[in-house]
Design a binder for this molecule. Structure first.
Ligand SMILES: Nc1ncnc2c1ncn2[C@@H]1O[C@H](COP(=O)(O)OP(=O)(O)O)[C@@H](O)[C@H]1O
Ligand SMILES: [Mg+2]
Length: 232
């Protein structure tokens, strides 16, 4: 469904991605794990067009979307939940969700109802400003906002970062629910164990290169992964 081939990207002289290949099939949850600074966020931003790749291709079906502007990529069905959530704290919850629908596809009311069903708390508090929500609730809002564009593929950047353990398990449960609705998911996480338990396959990114990939259960059993990312 989505295939990155030999993607190079970075920031001026900083080469953050040095020729990476990633393939995601329809309906999968794929996790991308790696230490701080490995290039995980860069990878997601390159897919969503926020950062232009230097070379390589990003095939969405038969179309190379590398180089398309971000709004075109949203219209083609890829939506990103950014690291650190980036909700609009002064806007109400409903307004935050409206922002997500702005560039998207599908019917606004249908999308909104679906998100309120997934996150009843966003419905209860729709008139409250985003900034009044807890960290976990803001993460729900960020996910809800990304879903408002009715994506086929959702890119999640460290959704569990900084959340209390109970919220972490709630967010992971939600990701499972979103997946069961038929949305394909690329999940970036430092919480490698939880990510691999949830996903079908995974990739390990080290210093801008994919160094390992495989089924999530194989990665969980892998000695190198255990030592470097699972604290075993
Ligand atoms: N805006 C930026 N300008 C310059 N360098 C950056 C910028 N963002 C990230 N980098 C660098 O690119 C590399 C990859 O970063 P990033 O993709 O954020 O890693 P991760 O998400 O895995 O922690 C790091 O060396 C980081 O310092
Ligand atoms: Mg990051």
């Amino acid at each position: 469904m989505l295939r990155l081939a030999n993607i190079h990207a970075g920031y001026g002289p900083i080469k953050a991605l040095k020729g990476i290949d990633i393939e995601i099939n329809r309906g999968e949850i794929v996790s991308l794990i790696g230490s701080n600074g490995a290039g995980k966020s860069t990878c997601l931003m390159t897919i969503s067009g926020i950062l232009k790749s230097v070379s390589g291709s990003i095939m969405l079906g038969d179309t190379d979307i590398a180089g398309l502007p971000p709004h075109r990529i949203v219209q083609r069905g890829i939506s990103q939940v950014p690291e650190g959530r980036r909700i609009f704290p002064k806007l109400t919850i409903l307004e935050n969700l409206q922002m997500g629908a702005f560039l998207g596809r599908g019917d606004f009311t249908t999308s909104l109802e679906r998100i309120y069903k997934l996150f009843p708390i966003l419905h209860e508090r729709k008139k409250q400003s985003g900034g009044t929500l807890s960290g976990g609730e803001q993460q729900m809002l960020a996910i809800g906002r990304a879903l408002m564009s009715n994506p086929d593929i959702l890119l999640l950047d460290e959704p569990s970062l900084g959340l209390a353990p109970i919220m972490v398990s709630k967010i992971f449960k939600t990701i499972q629910e979103i997946s069961s609705e038929g949305i394909t998911i690329l999940l970036v996480e430092q919480n490698a164990r939880a990510a691999l338990k949830l996903s079908h396959r995974g990739y390990v990114l080290e210093n801008g290169c994919i160094t390992l990939s495989g089924s999530s259960s194989d990665l969980l059993d892998n000695k190198k992964v255990q030592q470097a990312y699972l604290g075993e």
